[in-house]
Design a binder for this molecule. Structure first.
Ligand code: SF4
Length: 233
């Protein structure tokens, strides 16, 4: 896997503009300059981390989805269970799954908090920069997972996070336990199940023996999206 800091330093400014609502348009020179400053400050503060784990998957006829430990794991049992219809559609035909969690660490949150006091405009740009950086880091970890899966003879479906479609945020608790997120990469959960640090992402990635050609950035960017029955909502 590539160095995390290098990856987030290469975050695409187009993505930052998209989070700011520019949708393909260029921002004016002053905003472009601010985007550059904010990306630099957020990158300097970041301490990215990632953890992932391959798991078993059982798709029940009644729609329940069970993600389990692998037979070779030290502790056996169910890691998470959900009846999400959106996830079930995405995982049709899958025979395993990865759980993943990534974070940019506490530093970017401190930058955003400082900016909130000094300049609300800067805070908004830092938030957008952080969201784009977290996605860039997620893509890199997702690539690593794809490579590992490919060595094992699997193809990967696009990652699917709690909060997409009807996949509930309550699953964050299961991610916390299954991936030991606090111990491994310092992610904890608030009472309302938000992750701290805030620039953190969890996701499930389905594994299939079919030769699917999923886009790393997911269904919205995929050229095969039309007519694909596994498409995310
Ligand atoms: S739309 Fe594309 S990325 Fe999404 S599941 Fe289908 S092939 Fe994969």
């Amino acid at each position: 896997m590539r160095n995390a800091i290098e990856v987030i330093r290469e975050t695409d400014r187009k993505e930052v503009r998209r989070y700011l609502g520019y949708y393909g348009k260029k921002a004016d020179a002053a905003i472009e300059e601010q985007i550059g400053f904010c990306l630099e400050e957020m990158c300097t503060a970041a301490e990215p981390g990632a953890v992932f784990r391959r798991c078993g998957l059982i798709l029940h006829d009644d729609g329940r989805i069970r993600i389990t430990a692998l037979p070779e794991d030290r502790v056996q049992g169910t890691l998470m269970e959900t009846a999400s219809k959106s996830l079930a559609r995405n995982l049709q035909g899958c025979c395993g799954a990865y759980l993943m969690a990534v974070t940019l660490g506490q530093g970017p949150d401190l930058v955003v908090r400082r900016a909130a006091v000094l300049s609300p405009g800067k805070m908004v740009i830092c938030q957008a920069a952080g969201a784009a950086m977290a996605e860039a880091w997620c893509d890199e970890v997702n690539r690593e997972i794809r490579e590992e899966a490919s060595r094992l003879g699997f193809a990967c479906r696009p990652r699917f996070s709690p909060g997409y479609g009807d996949l509930p945020l309550t699953l964050q608790k299961d991610f916390e336990t299954a991936l030991e997120m606090k111990k491994e990469i310092g992610i904890s959960l608030t009472d309302s199940l938000l992750m701290v640090p805030t620039k953190s992402v969890t996701a499930i990635i389905g594994l299939t023996r079919e030769d699917t050609d999923c886009d790393i950035q997911g269904c919205n960017s995929c050229s095969s999206a039309e007519g694909c029955s596994y498409r995310r909502t």
